[in-house]
Design a binder for this molecule. Structure first.
Ligand code: 2JP
Ligand code: MN
Length: 241
């Protein structure tokens, strides 16, 4: 499916350098509207809706279960992890390629962190039953995630009626930031404790695609800690059995 190359490289570079980098360095977050344009944006939306309708989205998992507290009361999203190479994900792959190019232009200007890799894309749907996502930090303990990029897909979204606002509580700032999950909007923010955030209860189906870009050094350290942790628990397991 040939897409119109909605945004040229120079547009992308300008967007990164004149909008994203200054905003991230001064406020810690930035959103951009009209990233793909109506045609390509709608192609991404159609593919996400198809994933939802064909039952590919499953309940989002929690790190640990809390007795007596339902998972849904903490995070009510249904998710699927995609690399973009799956059949029916061509438009999603186009989006991910564009975000990759955008972030790679920013990367060298965002301070000393080397950003070379990212997570798979998390396709998420809040089904509109009042579920949301309680206030949290994406990366509270140095797991390597450096930048959170969320692409929203919701046409005619009216927060007064539909809720579903992403509220960011920028650390040590006296204000909060309310972001509407509007169609063809890309939001980028630091994944660490600078940006606690919540998804307020959603009363209409709310789609988004998230990717996390890793700080290579922090990611390598986190993997090393994880390997050491699993090795030690295996040893304990053997000794206690
Ligand atoms: O949809 C939005 O506006 C943001 C939702 C959101 O914060 N999702 C989310 C989803 C996560 C999934 C796994 C691990 C950490 C996670 C952190 N945040
Ligand atoms: Mn989050």
């Amino acid at each position: 499916m040939p897409f119109i190359e909605h945004i040229s490289y120079s547009d992308l570079e300008r967007l990164a350098l004149q909008r994203l980098v200054p905003a991230l360095l001064s406020h810690g977050f930035c959103y951009v509207d009209g990233l793909l344009g109506e045609l390509a944006g709608s192609a991404v939306l159609d593919q996400v809706v198809e994933m939802h309708n064909s039952g590919q989205l499953q309940d989002g998992r929690l790190a640990g279960s809390i007795p007596g507290v339902s998972r849904r009361s903490i995070r009510g999203d249904k998710i699927a992890w995609v690399s973009g190479s799956e059949r029916g994900c061509e438009a999603i792959s186009f989006l991910l390629n564009l975000i990759d190019r955008l972030i790679s232009v920013c990367a060298s200007r965002l301070g000393d962190k080397a950003i070379q890799e990212r997570s798979k894309a998390m396709v998420a749907c809040y089904p509109g039953n009042g579920a949301g996502y309680v206030k949290h930090v994406d990366n509270p303990n140095h797991d390597g995630r450096h930048l959170t990029c969320i692409y929203y897909l919701n046409k005619n979204w009216n927060p007064k009626e539909h809720g579903g606002v992403l509220r960011i509580f920028p650390e040590s700032k006296p204000y909060v930031v309310d972001i509407k999950p509007l169609f063809d909007r890309l939001l980028v923010f630091w994944s660490d404790r600078r940006n606690p955030h919540e998804v307020q209860p959603s009363y209409a189906t709310r789609y988004a695609i998230t990717v996390w870009y890793f700080d290579s050094e922090e990611r390598a350290q986190a993997k090393k800690r994880f390997r050491a942790l699993t090795a030690s628990t295996e040893q304990k397991g053997c000794s206690s059995s």
